[in-house]
Design a protein around this ligand. Sequence first.
Ligand code: GLC
Length: 508
Amino acid sequence: MNSRKIKVATATIRKKAVAKQPKTETVEVEEYNMSTTEKKKILFVASESTPFIATGGLAEVIGSLSKALAATGNYDVRVVVPLYSDIKKEYREKFNYLGNVYVHLAWRNQYCGIFSCEQDGVTFYFIDNEFYFKRPGCYGYFDDGERFAFFSRSVLEIMPFLNFYPDVMHCHDWQAALAAIYLKTNYCFKPEYQYIRSLFTIHNIEYQGQYSLDILSDLFDIYGKYKYLVEYNNCINLMKGAIECSERFSTVSPKYADQIKDPYYAHGLDPIIRNNAFKLTGILNGIDDISYNCALDSHLFANFTPDDFSNKAVCKAELQKMLGLPQKADTPIISMVSRLVSHKGLDLVTNVIEEFLQDDVQVVILGTGDKQFEGFFRELAYRYPDKLSANIVFNGDLSRKIYSGSDIFLMPSKSEPCGLSQMIACRYGTIPVVRETGGLYDSIKPTVNGYTFANYNAHDMLYVLRQAVNDYKNKEEWLKLMYRAATTDFSWSHSAKDYEALYLEMLK
Ligand code: GLC
Protein backbone atom coordinates (compact mmCIF):
# COMPACT_ATOMS: atom_id res chain seq x y z
CA MET A 1 0.00 0.00 0.00
CA ASN A 2 1.41 3.40 -1.02
CA SER A 3 1.76 6.40 1.26
CA ARG A 4 1.83 10.01 0.17
CA LYS A 5 1.43 13.42 1.74
CA ILE A 6 -1.67 15.25 0.68
CA LYS A 7 -4.03 17.89 1.95
CA VAL A 8 -7.32 16.32 2.84
CA ALA A 9 -10.51 16.94 4.67
CA THR A 10 -10.68 14.51 7.58
CA ALA A 11 -13.76 12.94 6.06
CA THR A 12 -11.67 11.49 3.25
CA ILE A 13 -9.09 9.84 5.45
CA ARG A 14 -9.66 6.16 5.56
CA LYS A 15 -7.15 4.27 7.64
CA LYS A 16 -5.57 6.81 9.92
CA ALA A 17 -8.62 8.91 10.42
CA VAL A 18 -8.59 10.79 13.70
CA ALA A 19 -11.97 12.21 14.48
CA LYS A 20 -10.69 15.17 16.51
CA GLN A 21 -8.39 16.52 13.85
CA PRO A 22 -9.12 19.97 12.49
CA LYS A 23 -11.05 20.21 9.27
CA THR A 24 -8.01 20.28 6.97
CA GLU A 25 -4.36 19.68 7.61
CA THR A 26 -1.41 17.83 6.15
CA VAL A 27 -1.43 14.24 7.28
CA GLU A 28 0.00 11.06 6.01
CA VAL A 29 -2.62 8.74 4.63
CA GLU A 30 -2.47 5.32 3.14
CA GLU A 31 -3.76 5.63 -0.34
CA TYR A 32 -6.86 3.58 -1.08
CA ASN A 33 -5.78 1.46 -3.97
CA MET A 34 -7.88 -1.48 -5.06
CA SER A 35 -5.09 -3.04 -7.05
CA THR A 36 -3.03 -3.82 -3.97
CA THR A 37 -2.61 -7.44 -3.06
CA GLU A 38 -4.15 -6.88 0.38
CA LYS A 39 -7.06 -9.23 1.08
CA LYS A 40 -10.44 -7.65 0.46
CA LYS A 41 -12.66 -7.63 3.50
CA ILE A 42 -16.10 -9.17 3.08
CA LEU A 43 -18.69 -9.14 5.83
CA PHE A 44 -21.75 -11.36 5.45
CA VAL A 45 -24.79 -10.24 7.39
CA ALA A 46 -27.44 -12.93 7.71
CA SER A 47 -29.99 -14.34 10.11
CA GLU A 48 -28.63 -17.90 9.96
CA SER A 49 -25.58 -19.90 8.92
CA THR A 50 -24.49 -23.50 8.95
CA PRO A 51 -23.09 -25.19 10.94
CA PHE A 52 -24.38 -23.12 13.86
CA ILE A 53 -28.03 -22.47 13.13
CA ALA A 54 -30.10 -23.48 10.11
CA THR A 55 -33.76 -23.49 9.20
CA GLY A 56 -33.33 -23.61 5.42
CA GLY A 57 -31.25 -23.03 2.31
CA LEU A 58 -30.15 -19.55 3.36
CA ALA A 59 -28.02 -20.99 6.16
CA GLU A 60 -26.36 -23.48 3.81
CA VAL A 61 -25.45 -20.74 1.37
CA ILE A 62 -24.00 -18.46 4.05
CA GLY A 63 -21.93 -21.30 5.53
CA SER A 64 -20.67 -22.72 2.24
CA LEU A 65 -20.18 -19.54 0.18
CA SER A 66 -18.22 -17.82 2.97
CA LYS A 67 -16.00 -20.90 3.23
CA ALA A 68 -15.49 -21.05 -0.56
CA LEU A 69 -14.54 -17.36 -0.71
CA ALA A 70 -12.11 -17.69 2.18
CA ALA A 71 -10.53 -20.71 0.49
CA THR A 72 -9.53 -18.59 -2.52
CA GLY A 73 -7.05 -16.83 -0.26
CA ASN A 74 -8.12 -13.45 -1.66
CA TYR A 75 -10.59 -12.48 1.05
CA ASP A 76 -10.82 -11.88 4.73
CA VAL A 77 -14.35 -13.26 5.13
CA ARG A 78 -16.40 -12.69 8.26
CA VAL A 79 -20.02 -13.48 9.04
CA VAL A 80 -22.38 -11.93 11.63
CA VAL A 81 -25.44 -13.78 12.90
CA PRO A 82 -27.59 -13.45 16.05
CA LEU A 83 -26.73 -15.59 19.06
CA TYR A 84 -29.96 -17.61 19.24
CA SER A 85 -30.54 -19.89 22.19
CA ASP A 86 -31.02 -22.74 19.68
CA ILE A 87 -27.30 -22.65 18.83
CA LYS A 88 -26.09 -25.89 20.36
CA LYS A 89 -23.85 -26.05 23.39
CA GLU A 90 -21.16 -27.95 21.46
CA TYR A 91 -20.67 -24.81 19.35
CA ARG A 92 -21.17 -22.26 22.12
CA GLU A 93 -18.37 -23.85 24.09
CA LYS A 94 -15.98 -22.86 21.32
CA PHE A 95 -17.07 -19.21 21.19
CA ASN A 96 -14.84 -16.47 22.58
CA TYR A 97 -16.40 -13.52 24.35
CA LEU A 98 -14.86 -10.40 22.81
CA GLY A 99 -16.71 -7.71 24.75
CA ASN A 100 -19.84 -5.63 24.47
CA VAL A 101 -21.16 -2.35 23.14
CA TYR A 102 -24.45 -0.53 23.58
CA VAL A 103 -26.63 -0.09 20.53
CA HIS A 104 -28.91 2.91 20.08
CA LEU A 105 -32.16 2.43 18.23
CA ALA A 106 -34.48 5.45 18.56
CA TRP A 107 -35.03 5.77 22.35
CA ARG A 108 -33.64 2.32 23.06
CA ASN A 109 -30.15 1.64 24.26
CA GLN A 110 -29.55 -2.09 24.21
CA TYR A 111 -26.76 -4.35 25.38
CA CYS A 112 -24.94 -6.09 22.54
CA GLY A 113 -22.47 -8.82 23.50
CA ILE A 114 -20.03 -9.98 20.85
CA PHE A 115 -18.84 -13.56 20.61
CA SER A 116 -16.68 -15.02 17.89
CA CYS A 117 -15.26 -18.22 16.55
CA GLU A 118 -13.23 -19.40 13.56
CA GLN A 119 -14.67 -22.02 11.25
CA ASP A 120 -13.14 -23.18 7.95
CA GLY A 121 -11.06 -20.02 7.56
CA VAL A 122 -14.04 -17.73 8.24
CA THR A 123 -14.51 -15.56 11.34
CA PHE A 124 -18.04 -15.74 12.73
CA TYR A 125 -19.44 -13.10 15.06
CA PHE A 126 -22.52 -13.71 17.18
CA ILE A 127 -24.66 -10.84 18.44
CA ASP A 128 -25.82 -11.51 21.97
CA ASN A 129 -28.91 -9.98 23.49
CA GLU A 130 -31.06 -12.34 25.51
CA PHE A 131 -34.16 -10.14 25.35
CA TYR A 132 -34.22 -10.53 21.58
CA PHE A 133 -32.63 -13.90 20.90
CA LYS A 134 -33.08 -16.13 23.94
CA ARG A 135 -36.20 -17.76 22.49
CA PRO A 136 -36.83 -21.03 20.69
CA GLY A 137 -36.44 -20.89 16.90
CA CYS A 138 -35.29 -17.97 14.78
CA TYR A 139 -38.42 -16.28 13.47
CA GLY A 140 -42.13 -15.93 13.91
CA TYR A 141 -42.32 -13.49 16.84
CA PHE A 142 -44.52 -10.38 16.95
CA ASP A 143 -41.42 -8.23 17.38
CA ASP A 144 -39.28 -9.75 14.59
CA GLY A 145 -39.01 -6.27 13.05
CA GLU A 146 -37.46 -4.89 16.22
CA ARG A 147 -35.26 -7.96 16.73
CA PHE A 148 -33.70 -7.69 13.28
CA ALA A 149 -33.50 -3.90 13.42
CA PHE A 150 -31.41 -4.33 16.57
CA PHE A 151 -29.35 -7.02 14.86
CA SER A 152 -28.72 -4.90 11.75
CA ARG A 153 -27.85 -1.82 13.78
CA SER A 154 -25.47 -3.91 15.89
CA VAL A 155 -23.60 -4.99 12.76
CA LEU A 156 -22.65 -1.35 12.11
CA GLU A 157 -22.05 -0.57 15.77
CA ILE A 158 -19.58 -3.38 16.38
CA MET A 159 -17.33 -2.26 13.52
CA PRO A 160 -15.40 0.33 15.60
CA PHE A 161 -15.12 -2.16 18.45
CA LEU A 162 -13.67 -4.80 16.11
CA ASN A 163 -11.78 -2.20 14.11
CA PHE A 164 -13.11 -4.00 11.08
CA TYR A 165 -14.66 -1.98 8.27
CA PRO A 166 -15.44 -4.27 5.35
CA ASP A 167 -14.89 -3.38 1.72
CA VAL A 168 -18.15 -5.14 0.95
CA MET A 169 -20.98 -5.64 3.39
CA HIS A 170 -23.01 -8.46 1.86
CA CYS A 171 -26.52 -8.52 3.37
CA HIS A 172 -28.91 -11.43 2.87
CA ASP A 173 -32.71 -11.32 2.88
CA TRP A 174 -34.99 -8.90 4.72
CA GLN A 175 -33.63 -9.67 8.18
CA ALA A 176 -30.33 -8.03 7.16
CA ALA A 177 -31.87 -5.37 4.91
CA LEU A 178 -31.63 -2.69 7.57
CA ALA A 179 -27.85 -3.00 7.73
CA ALA A 180 -27.69 -1.75 4.12
CA ILE A 181 -30.34 0.89 4.86
CA TYR A 182 -28.65 2.22 8.01
CA LEU A 183 -25.33 2.38 6.19
CA LYS A 184 -26.87 4.82 3.74
CA THR A 185 -29.00 6.80 6.19
CA ASN A 186 -26.82 7.01 9.29
CA TYR A 187 -23.27 5.79 8.79
CA CYS A 188 -21.78 6.43 5.35
CA PHE A 189 -21.11 10.07 6.31
CA LYS A 190 -18.60 8.92 8.92
CA PRO A 191 -15.05 8.58 7.59
CA GLU A 192 -14.53 4.97 8.66
CA TYR A 193 -17.71 3.82 6.96
CA GLN A 194 -17.53 5.84 3.78
CA TYR A 195 -15.88 3.20 1.60
CA ILE A 196 -18.11 0.32 2.60
CA ARG A 197 -20.06 -0.94 -0.39
CA SER A 198 -23.22 -2.92 0.21
CA LEU A 199 -24.58 -5.85 -1.74
CA PHE A 200 -28.04 -7.18 -0.97
CA THR A 201 -28.96 -10.74 -1.94
CA ILE A 202 -32.56 -11.87 -2.25
CA HIS A 203 -32.96 -15.54 -1.39
CA ASN A 204 -36.73 -15.39 -1.54
CA ILE A 205 -38.73 -12.37 -2.60
CA GLU A 206 -41.82 -13.66 -0.82
CA TYR A 207 -40.58 -12.45 2.56
CA GLN A 208 -40.00 -8.71 2.37
CA GLY A 209 -40.22 -7.43 5.96
CA GLN A 210 -43.31 -5.27 5.76
CA TYR A 211 -44.43 -3.06 8.63
CA SER A 212 -46.71 -0.16 9.38
CA LEU A 213 -45.31 3.28 8.58
CA ASP A 214 -46.29 4.35 12.12
CA ILE A 215 -43.18 2.69 13.54
CA LEU A 216 -40.71 4.21 11.07
CA SER A 217 -38.93 6.46 13.52
CA ASP A 218 -40.00 5.01 16.85
CA LEU A 219 -38.90 1.49 16.10
CA PHE A 220 -36.69 1.50 13.03
CA ASP A 221 -35.09 4.85 13.84
CA ILE A 222 -35.37 6.08 10.25
CA TYR A 223 -35.78 9.84 9.88
CA GLY A 224 -38.73 11.25 7.94
CA LYS A 225 -36.45 12.53 5.17
CA TYR A 226 -35.48 8.93 4.38
CA LYS A 227 -39.02 7.62 4.41
CA TYR A 228 -39.04 7.54 0.60
CA LEU A 229 -36.32 4.89 0.63
CA VAL A 230 -38.30 2.31 2.57
CA GLU A 231 -41.90 3.26 1.86
CA TYR A 232 -43.80 1.06 -0.56
CA ASN A 233 -47.56 0.70 -0.99
CA ASN A 234 -48.17 2.68 2.19
CA CYS A 235 -46.02 0.37 4.28
CA ILE A 236 -42.44 0.08 5.33
CA ASN A 237 -40.88 -2.51 3.04
CA LEU A 238 -37.38 -3.41 4.20
CA MET A 239 -36.47 -5.44 1.13
CA LYS A 240 -37.41 -2.50 -1.08
CA GLY A 241 -35.28 -0.23 1.14
CA ALA A 242 -32.26 -2.50 0.83
CA ILE A 243 -32.61 -2.64 -2.96
CA GLU A 244 -32.70 1.16 -3.10
CA CYS A 245 -29.81 1.63 -0.67
CA SER A 246 -27.36 -1.03 -1.89
CA GLU A 247 -24.80 -0.41 -4.62
CA ARG A 248 -25.79 -3.70 -6.20
CA PHE A 249 -28.33 -6.40 -5.48
CA SER A 250 -28.49 -9.98 -6.55
CA THR A 251 -30.52 -13.11 -6.39
CA VAL A 252 -29.63 -16.76 -6.26
CA SER A 253 -30.04 -17.80 -9.91
CA PRO A 254 -29.96 -16.00 -13.29
CA LYS A 255 -33.45 -17.25 -14.17
CA TYR A 256 -34.97 -15.93 -10.94
CA ALA A 257 -33.25 -12.57 -11.50
CA ASP A 258 -35.20 -12.40 -14.73
CA GLN A 259 -38.42 -13.72 -13.27
CA ILE A 260 -38.70 -11.24 -10.41
CA LYS A 261 -39.17 -8.44 -12.93
CA ASP A 262 -42.51 -10.11 -13.63
CA PRO A 263 -45.54 -9.62 -11.33
CA TYR A 264 -46.20 -13.38 -11.35
CA TYR A 265 -43.03 -14.00 -9.32
CA ALA A 266 -42.34 -10.70 -7.57
CA HIS A 267 -44.94 -10.60 -4.79
CA GLY A 268 -45.64 -6.95 -5.60
CA LEU A 269 -42.02 -5.78 -5.87
CA ASP A 270 -41.67 -6.02 -9.68
CA PRO A 271 -41.76 -2.23 -10.32
CA ILE A 272 -38.88 -1.79 -7.85
CA ILE A 273 -36.94 -4.65 -9.41
CA ARG A 274 -37.44 -3.27 -12.91
CA ASN A 275 -36.41 0.26 -11.87
CA ASN A 276 -33.26 -1.08 -10.30
CA ALA A 277 -32.56 -3.79 -12.87
CA PHE A 278 -29.36 -2.00 -13.90
CA LYS A 279 -27.76 -3.11 -10.64
CA LEU A 280 -29.26 -6.63 -10.46
CA THR A 281 -27.28 -9.86 -11.00
CA GLY A 282 -28.32 -13.51 -10.73
CA ILE A 283 -25.71 -15.96 -9.47
CA LEU A 284 -26.58 -19.63 -9.10
CA ASN A 285 -25.89 -21.06 -5.65
CA GLY A 286 -23.49 -23.92 -5.23
CA ILE A 287 -23.53 -26.62 -2.57
CA ASP A 288 -20.88 -27.84 -0.19
CA ASP A 289 -19.52 -30.73 -2.23
CA ILE A 290 -17.46 -32.04 0.66
CA SER A 291 -20.44 -32.35 2.95
CA TYR A 292 -22.64 -33.82 0.18
CA ASN A 293 -20.35 -36.54 -1.05
CA CYS A 294 -21.77 -40.04 -1.54
CA ALA A 295 -18.32 -41.56 -1.12
CA LEU A 296 -17.74 -40.04 2.31
CA ASP A 297 -21.09 -39.13 3.87
CA SER A 298 -21.27 -41.02 7.18
CA HIS A 299 -25.06 -40.63 7.36
CA LEU A 300 -25.55 -43.09 4.51
CA PHE A 301 -26.27 -46.79 5.05
CA ALA A 302 -23.41 -47.48 2.62
CA ASN A 303 -21.09 -45.32 0.53
CA PHE A 304 -20.76 -45.41 -3.23
CA THR A 305 -19.22 -43.42 -6.07
CA PRO A 306 -20.39 -42.28 -9.53
CA ASP A 307 -18.11 -44.97 -10.98
CA ASP A 308 -19.58 -47.71 -8.84
CA PHE A 309 -23.18 -47.23 -7.75
CA SER A 310 -23.57 -50.81 -6.50
CA ASN A 311 -23.91 -49.78 -2.85
CA LYS A 312 -26.77 -47.45 -3.73
CA ALA A 313 -28.88 -50.63 -3.77
CA VAL A 314 -27.94 -51.17 -0.13
CA CYS A 315 -29.00 -47.60 0.68
CA LYS A 316 -32.32 -48.26 -1.05
CA ALA A 317 -33.02 -51.59 0.64
CA GLU A 318 -32.15 -50.22 4.09
CA LEU A 319 -34.29 -47.14 3.51
CA GLN A 320 -37.26 -49.31 2.53
CA LYS A 321 -36.72 -51.39 5.65
CA MET A 322 -36.43 -48.37 7.89
CA LEU A 323 -39.59 -46.76 6.50
CA GLY A 324 -41.61 -49.99 6.49
CA LEU A 325 -41.90 -50.20 2.70
CA PRO A 326 -41.59 -53.54 0.89
CA GLN A 327 -37.94 -54.20 -0.06
CA LYS A 328 -38.34 -54.26 -3.82
CA ALA A 329 -35.12 -53.50 -5.67
CA ASP A 330 -36.76 -52.77 -9.02
CA THR A 331 -39.60 -50.56 -7.86
CA PRO A 332 -38.44 -46.95 -8.19
CA ILE A 333 -38.54 -44.77 -5.08
CA ILE A 334 -39.66 -41.22 -5.82
CA SER A 335 -38.85 -38.85 -2.98
CA MET A 336 -39.56 -35.31 -1.92
CA VAL A 337 -37.55 -33.52 0.77
CA SER A 338 -39.27 -30.20 1.07
CA ARG A 339 -41.11 -27.71 3.16
CA LEU A 340 -44.73 -28.72 2.73
CA VAL A 341 -46.01 -25.40 1.40
CA SER A 342 -47.93 -24.50 -1.69
CA HIS A 343 -45.16 -22.78 -3.68
CA LYS A 344 -43.07 -25.96 -3.53
CA GLY A 345 -45.63 -27.44 -5.95
CA LEU A 346 -47.61 -29.38 -3.38
CA ASP A 347 -50.87 -28.47 -5.09
CA LEU A 348 -49.75 -30.39 -8.17
CA VAL A 349 -48.68 -33.36 -6.12
CA THR A 350 -51.88 -33.63 -4.10
CA ASN A 351 -53.85 -33.45 -7.33
CA VAL A 352 -52.40 -36.48 -9.08
CA ILE A 353 -50.62 -38.56 -6.48
CA GLU A 354 -53.38 -41.13 -6.08
CA GLU A 355 -53.35 -41.68 -9.81
CA PHE A 356 -49.57 -42.06 -9.68
CA LEU A 357 -49.71 -44.51 -6.77
CA GLN A 358 -51.57 -46.99 -8.99
CA ASP A 359 -48.26 -47.53 -10.85
CA ASP A 360 -45.46 -49.76 -9.56
CA VAL A 361 -43.78 -47.02 -7.50
CA GLN A 362 -42.96 -46.08 -3.92
CA VAL A 363 -43.15 -42.49 -2.70
CA VAL A 364 -41.25 -41.04 0.26
CA ILE A 365 -42.07 -37.63 1.72
CA LEU A 366 -39.93 -35.76 4.27
CA GLY A 367 -40.72 -32.33 5.65
CA THR A 368 -43.01 -30.15 7.69
CA GLY A 369 -45.18 -27.21 6.75
CA ASP A 370 -48.81 -26.34 6.24
CA LYS A 371 -51.17 -28.47 8.33
CA GLN A 372 -53.33 -29.15 5.27
CA PHE A 373 -50.44 -30.88 3.45
CA GLU A 374 -49.10 -32.62 6.54
CA GLY A 375 -52.56 -34.11 7.13
CA PHE A 376 -52.97 -35.05 3.48
CA PHE A 377 -49.78 -37.11 3.36
CA ARG A 378 -50.36 -38.72 6.77
CA GLU A 379 -53.76 -39.88 5.63
CA LEU A 380 -52.40 -41.13 2.32
CA ALA A 381 -49.66 -43.11 4.09
CA TYR A 382 -52.36 -44.70 6.22
CA ARG A 383 -54.29 -45.78 3.12
CA TYR A 384 -51.26 -46.85 1.06
CA PRO A 385 -48.84 -48.26 3.67
CA ASP A 386 -46.95 -50.29 1.05
CA LYS A 387 -46.57 -47.42 -1.34
CA LEU A 388 -46.12 -44.17 0.53
CA SER A 389 -44.08 -43.17 3.57
CA ALA A 390 -44.86 -39.76 5.07
CA ASN A 391 -42.24 -38.43 7.47
CA ILE A 392 -43.61 -35.19 8.84
CA VAL A 393 -40.41 -34.06 10.55
CA PHE A 394 -37.29 -32.00 9.85
CA ASN A 395 -34.43 -34.47 10.06
CA GLY A 396 -31.03 -33.91 8.43
CA ASP A 397 -29.83 -37.48 8.92
CA LEU A 398 -32.97 -39.00 7.38
CA SER A 399 -32.86 -36.51 4.51
CA ARG A 400 -29.45 -37.82 3.44
CA LYS A 401 -30.65 -41.42 3.73
CA ILE A 402 -33.57 -40.47 1.47
CA TYR A 403 -31.44 -38.58 -1.08
CA SER A 404 -29.09 -41.56 -1.35
CA GLY A 405 -31.67 -44.36 -1.18
CA SER A 406 -34.15 -43.00 -3.76
CA ASP A 407 -34.11 -43.24 -7.53
CA ILE A 408 -36.05 -40.13 -8.53
CA PHE A 409 -36.35 -36.78 -6.74
CA LEU A 410 -39.45 -34.68 -7.34
CA MET A 411 -39.32 -30.89 -7.08
CA PRO A 412 -42.25 -29.31 -8.95
CA SER A 413 -41.97 -25.82 -7.40
CA LYS A 414 -44.26 -23.03 -8.50
CA SER A 415 -41.38 -20.66 -7.90
CA GLU A 416 -37.85 -21.50 -6.77
CA PRO A 417 -35.20 -18.81 -6.31
CA CYS A 418 -32.49 -21.45 -6.52
CA GLY A 419 -33.24 -24.67 -4.70
CA LEU A 420 -30.47 -26.83 -3.30
CA SER A 421 -32.23 -30.19 -2.98
CA GLN A 422 -32.16 -30.92 -6.71
CA MET A 423 -28.38 -30.46 -6.67
CA ILE A 424 -27.97 -32.60 -3.56
CA ALA A 425 -30.12 -35.35 -5.12
CA CYS A 426 -27.88 -35.31 -8.19
CA ARG A 427 -24.78 -35.73 -6.03
CA TYR A 428 -26.29 -38.99 -4.73
CA GLY A 429 -27.17 -40.29 -8.19
CA THR A 430 -30.89 -39.60 -7.68
CA ILE A 431 -32.50 -38.15 -10.78
CA PRO A 432 -34.46 -34.90 -10.34
CA VAL A 433 -37.82 -34.26 -11.97
CA VAL A 434 -38.32 -30.50 -11.70
CA ARG A 435 -40.43 -27.68 -12.99
CA GLU A 436 -38.53 -25.24 -15.22
CA THR A 437 -38.42 -22.26 -12.90
CA GLY A 438 -35.73 -20.20 -11.16
CA GLY A 439 -32.65 -22.15 -10.15
CA LEU A 440 -34.30 -25.44 -11.12
CA TYR A 441 -34.26 -24.24 -14.70
CA ASP A 442 -30.61 -23.19 -14.41
CA SER A 443 -29.36 -26.39 -12.79
CA ILE A 444 -31.34 -29.28 -14.31
CA LYS A 445 -31.26 -29.94 -18.03
CA PRO A 446 -33.33 -32.65 -19.72
CA THR A 447 -31.31 -35.59 -21.05
CA VAL A 448 -28.24 -34.25 -19.22
CA ASN A 449 -29.04 -34.69 -15.53
CA GLY A 450 -32.80 -34.89 -15.07
CA TYR A 451 -36.33 -34.33 -16.31
CA THR A 452 -38.22 -31.06 -16.54
CA PHE A 453 -41.66 -29.73 -17.36
CA ALA A 454 -42.61 -26.15 -18.11
CA ASN A 455 -46.20 -25.41 -17.12
CA TYR A 456 -47.50 -25.40 -13.60
CA ASN A 457 -49.88 -28.20 -14.42
CA ALA A 458 -50.42 -31.43 -12.47
CA HIS A 459 -50.81 -33.68 -15.49
CA ASP A 460 -47.76 -32.20 -17.23
CA MET A 461 -45.85 -33.16 -14.10
CA LEU A 462 -47.38 -36.62 -14.01
CA TYR A 463 -46.53 -37.17 -17.67
CA VAL A 464 -42.85 -36.39 -17.13
CA LEU A 465 -42.72 -38.34 -13.90
CA ARG A 466 -44.08 -41.41 -15.70
CA GLN A 467 -41.56 -40.90 -18.47
CA ALA A 468 -38.79 -41.02 -15.84
CA VAL A 469 -40.29 -44.13 -14.21
CA ASN A 470 -40.43 -45.77 -17.61
CA ASP A 471 -36.82 -44.85 -18.49
CA TYR A 472 -35.74 -46.20 -15.11
CA LYS A 473 -36.44 -49.71 -16.45
CA ASN A 474 -33.65 -49.30 -19.02
CA LYS A 475 -30.86 -49.95 -16.53
CA GLU A 476 -27.98 -49.22 -18.85
CA GLU A 477 -29.20 -45.79 -19.94
CA TRP A 478 -30.35 -44.98 -16.44
CA LEU A 479 -26.89 -45.69 -15.02
CA LYS A 480 -25.41 -43.27 -17.54
CA LEU A 481 -27.91 -40.63 -16.49
CA MET A 482 -27.05 -41.26 -12.83
CA TYR A 483 -23.38 -40.82 -13.65
CA ARG A 484 -23.99 -37.53 -15.45
CA ALA A 485 -26.15 -36.24 -12.59
CA ALA A 486 -23.68 -37.26 -9.90
CA THR A 487 -20.76 -35.66 -11.72
CA THR A 488 -22.46 -32.36 -12.62
CA ASP A 489 -20.33 -29.66 -11.01
CA PHE A 490 -22.48 -27.99 -8.36
CA SER A 491 -19.53 -26.93 -6.23
CA TRP A 492 -19.03 -23.24 -5.46
CA SER A 493 -16.07 -23.05 -7.82
CA HIS A 494 -17.99 -21.23 -10.58
CA SER A 495 -20.38 -19.21 -8.50
CA ALA A 496 -17.78 -18.03 -5.98
CA LYS A 497 -15.89 -16.61 -8.97
CA ASP A 498 -19.02 -14.78 -10.07
CA TYR A 499 -19.34 -13.25 -6.61
CA GLU A 500 -15.67 -12.29 -6.71
CA ALA A 501 -16.21 -10.55 -10.05
CA LEU A 502 -19.22 -8.74 -8.63
CA TYR A 503 -17.33 -7.60 -5.52
CA LEU A 504 -14.43 -6.34 -7.59
CA GLU A 505 -16.75 -4.48 -9.90
CA MET A 506 -18.37 -2.84 -6.89
CA LEU A 507 -14.99 -1.84 -5.52
CA LYS A 508 -13.71 -0.23 -8.70
C1 GLC B 1 -34.35 -19.79 -0.14
C2 GLC B 1 -34.96 -20.16 -1.49
C3 GLC B 1 -34.25 -21.33 -2.15
C4 GLC B 1 -32.74 -21.07 -2.16
C5 GLC B 1 -32.24 -20.75 -0.76
C6 GLC B 1 -30.77 -20.41 -0.72
O1 GLC B 1 -34.62 -20.78 0.79
O2 GLC B 1 -36.35 -20.46 -1.35
O3 GLC B 1 -34.70 -21.52 -3.46
O4 GLC B 1 -32.08 -22.20 -2.65
O5 GLC B 1 -32.94 -19.63 -0.25
O6 GLC B 1 -30.44 -19.31 -1.52
